[in-house]
Design a protein around this ligand. Sequence first.
Ligand SMILES: [Zn+2]
Length: 378
Amino acid sequence: MTTPHGRVDTPAFMPVGTQGAVKGATRHDLESIGAQILLSNTYHLYLRPGDDLIARRGGLHRFIAWDKPILTDSGGYQVFSLSERRTIAEDGVRFKSHLDGSSHLLTPEKATDIQAQLGSDIAMVLDECLAHPATLDETRASMQRTLRWAARARARLLELRDRTIDGVTVTNAGQAQFGIVQGGVDSALREESAHQTVALGFEAYAIGGLSVGEPIEVMYDVVAATTPHLPADRPRYLMGTGTPEDLVESVARGIDLFDCVLPTRNARNGQLFTSEGRINIKNARYAEDDRPLDPACGCYTCRTHSRAYLRHLYMADEINAATLNTLHNLCFYLDTLRRIRDAIAFGRFERFRLAFHQRLSRQSGGPGHFEPPEFSLR
Ligand SMILES: [Zn+2]
């Protein structure tokens, strides 16, 4: 995938830098593990420090000193999560800021303007994020509203490319815009949404509204039912997913781009992904374990420190616990994607997929299993 700030090898994982920073990781850390693209959140940056302020600094790349690609979401997901603090209408979503209670209106045009000022390489359209479960009628109505909003967002982006609009500073003239396929867990609605979204003519397409509590097999089925209706020559982005197993299974179904808070959030909770399965560093069994976190990992954390030390840092509530754990988990994710890309390039992805699942199922409890904490101080 080529962007104004360089190339991204796909399939790719995007570390999440919610407020223009990946929690616990500096730019140096991200470069050291080979991150090629970051995701940042429009909702948070719009409220603080504000897209006007960032535009005056020349855009998000310059502000956060990251000259590789950035994707921004539309802000919709966060706004819809404020269930007590928002109202939805055809025009857009009115919401109250989680910071100071101030009232704001997020429309498809406004979400496009904010991202134009941030100057991300990839902007997302504002979509309606429906809670799961929903009835078929609710899902259809929501999918159709998302299509109407997508048409408005596309029109706005083309307008911004064409002429200067008062009050909007376009800080990245080559910004791409991705449409989002909705339709809940219904394959027919997904197919309809895909066809109509593609007809609007975006640079590429995402699948939204999954990983919201549906069973994992349902998510895989929806992905498999949707990707054949998206252009093969454009990246396909599965939003907000998932575990390492989900990444492998979604690549098998045609997905090229991922983002998820799981590696970074779990790292801060002491839950670590390794080639030997998942580790909960809180567990007393690691108190005198001098081995590296993951003997197969080449990250700074694994090259430098023992499980015993990492457990001590976590138990002592040291900031370094978050930093070292985050570095490792992100490295594990990026490394998994690197191995997937290599496997595809050498025509042995199916063998890789099989070996990946066999290795995980040999671990205690198999895929999806977390060791229970033996005790917890928090
Ligand atoms: Zn590591």
